[in-house]
Design a protein around this ligand. Structure first.
Ligand SMILES: Nc1ccn([C@@H]2O[C@H](COP(=O)(O)O)[C@@H](O)[C@H]2O)c(=O)n1
Ligand SMILES: C[C@@]1(CO)OP(=O)(O)OP(=O)(O)OC[C@H]1O
Length: 158
């Protein structure tokens, strides 16, 4: 049996924060703003996982009003989400993600991000695909005001 889930998330770019995407710190003049470390890709993947197993979303599991999650490492949040997925008897089929960012150029970081996501979902790199796109300078992503990410995940019943 298979379950499918999708995720979408957006965070604002601001000065004075590190840019962390997919668990990888990327050198850039701005970082993402959030209650946690604002890792837009890991949040998106966590939401896709939770959606696939009918467990709501990350805000329900890790409220942004809870001081425990202030500046939280989103890898730890995804590990917790993955524990729920495994508890329900699923393993990774594959996950396909898109990072929507005008800048910075993501290409040099796609491989380390893919490896990290595979590690967090206890799969292999060939089960994880990470893409990036600009929005051709259109909209909030195009103006460099924020970064968005989306993901679709397929889980297989063990
Ligand atoms: N932040 C980004 C955005 C895009 N890329 C790569 O460039 C290719 C072309 O992007 P378009 O938005 O013009 O279609 C895209 O397919 C990515 O390979 C990137 O590395 N970083
Ligand atoms: C991750 C959480 C919790 O720290 O906070 P943020 O970093 O603000 O991220 P968001 O994607 O807005 O929603 C989930 C939150 O509850």
């Amino acid at each position: 049996m298979f379950r499918i889930g999708q995720g979408f998330d957006v965070h604002q770019l601001t000065e004075g924060r590190p840019l962390i995407i997919g668990g990888v710190t990327i050198p850039y003049e701005k970082g993402l703003l959030g209650h946690s470390d604002a890792d837009v890709l890991l949040h998106t993947i966590a939401d896709a996982c939770l959606g696939a197993v009918g467990e709501g979303d990350i805000g329900r599991h890790f409220p942004d009003t809870d001081p425990d999650f202030k500046d939280a490492d989103s890898a730890k949040l995804l590990e917790e989400v993955w524990r729920i997925v495994k508890e329900k008897g699923y393993r990774l089929g594959n996950v396909d993600c898109t990072i929507i960012a005008q800048k910075p150029k993501m290409a040099p970081y796609i491989e380390p991000i893919t490896k990290r996501v595979a590690e967090l979902l206890e799969g292999n790199a060939d089960q994880v695909n990470v893409k990036a796109t600009t929005t051709e300078k259109l909209g909030f992503t195009g103006r460099g005001e924020g970064i968005a990410a989306q993901a679709v995940i397929l889980l297989e019943k063990i």
